[in-house]
Design a protein around this ligand. Structure first.
Ligand code: DC
Length: 278
């Protein structure tokens, strides 16, 4: 990423994210996104802080978490995984022994007192917090939670509540947010949207290679069947089903290495930014 010379602050070097004739969008090392308006003689007219979002949506095990986190590193943004937010709620529900059918009203009431959000843990990363405590990965990325989470995510009141939580989390500057409905529902006006997928077989193999996500003794066939079941639920739910936003770029990662997929996405972002970024 090129360092910004003429317009740079003396305290924190900044990167150019977008430039037109008289508008400059910059990112400080501390992820603040600022839009600066100049006149044609480069005299400063005004500036304001912005939120910029890069959205990655796609089905389970399509590789979007790995990509989103690496892209965030490359563009100096914050990575937010919204699937983990749904998983955290699913974990809370199971800790309280609530049944998704019988205790539906109790689950909806629970949302009024629960607080799940991402907060900055340092200048480059965000930590998922549930009711004041950092969320442990092992608790939310296990087969039990994985089995229930799509059904939890299909509850309309849960989705309304989550979308509000997710919008609040993004108020930190440049964010790379991944999920199922980020480009379609959470941030439909985002400038950079991607729909990431891979063939069912590739996705099953990737999921199998991930620690803790699948039951012991799982085979590619069983994992593929489970992924297909979740795809079905995610794509056919009544509210905010998984689908590609009309203005999203489609990225099939089946035959790409992680690095190739990251480069492809970052280069599309770069092209949309007049080729300045990255
Ligand atoms: O990405 P993941 O497998 O960790 O997501 C877990 C579940 O959460 C997935 O089955 C669908 C749901 N989800 C959703 O409905 N909307 C999102 N924005 C993110 C995840």
């Amino acid at each position: 990423m090129p360092l910004l010379g003429a317009y740079g602050s003396r305290l924190a070097p900044i990167f150019i994210f977008k430039r037109t004739l008289n508008v400059l969008v910059t990112i400080s090392l501390y992820n603040r996104v600022k839009e600066v308006i100049f006149d044609l003689n480069k005299n400063h007219i005004r500036e304001r802080e912005l939120t910029e979002i890069i959205t990655l949506d796609g089905p389970a095990a399509s590789g979007k978490s790995t990509l989103a986190s690496m892209i965030a590193d490359k563009v100096n943004g914050f990575y937010i995984n919204t699937g983990y937010m749904y998983r955290t709620l699913t974990w809370v529900i199971s800790e309280k022994n609530l049944d998704l059918e019988k205790d539906r009203q109790q689950i909806i009431n629970l949302l009024q007192e629960l607080y799940i959000h991402y907060e900055k843990c340092d200048e480059h990363h965000m930590q998922l917090i549930c009711d004041g405590n950092p969320v442990e990965q092992a608790k939310i990325r296990n087969p039990e939670v994985t089995k229930q989470v799509s059904a939890v995510a299909a509850i309309p009141e849960v989705r309304d509540w989550m979308v509000k939580c997710q919008r609040k989390c993004a108020d930190v500057g440049l964010v790379v947010m991944e999920g199922r409905d980020i480009g379609t529902v959470v941030f439909p006006d985002a400038h950079y949207k991607f729909f990431v997928t891979a063939s069912p077989e590739v996705r099953a193999k990737r999921r199998l290679a991930q620690d803790g996500e699948v039951p012991e003794g799982a085979t590619v066939e069983k994992v593929a069947a489970d992924i297909a079941r979740r795809d079905e639920l995610d794509m056919n739910r009544a509210i905010a089903p998984l689908k590609q936003a009309d203005d999203a770029d489609f990225i099939d990662t089946s035959d790409l290495t992680v690095e190739q997929a990251v480069d492809k996405i970052v280069s599309i972002v770069s092209t949309k930014n007049n080729g300045i970024h990255a």
